[in-house]
Design a protein around this ligand. Sequence first.
Ligand code: FES
Length: 104
Amino acid sequence: MLVMTDFTRVANKNEFLGSPLKKVVIRGLEICIFKQDDNFHATSNICPHQGGPLDEGELQDTCIVCPWHGWMFDVRDGSCRLNPNIKIQTFETKIEGNDIYLKI
Ligand code: FES
């Protein structure tokens, strides 16, 4: 069973009406939240290649494309489409009503 105190409220679903991407900073971590269909996913916002800001990239289906050099990461598990040895950190999400929580 999930313990509520493990999760931090980070956003409201209505904040994604205009864009499927949103950057939040929680406990010093830059995190990007993605709305993909009716699901919400969260990863580190910093591209492991050269530090590009993923929240400024383009979401293509389940992949975020880094705006700097085009590396692609699956937002569901953080895996890199170009190099299977690279992964970005992901965070578990939970929805309660319109509120989005991250497990950090
Ligand atoms: S910094 Fe992201 S692909 Fe280069």
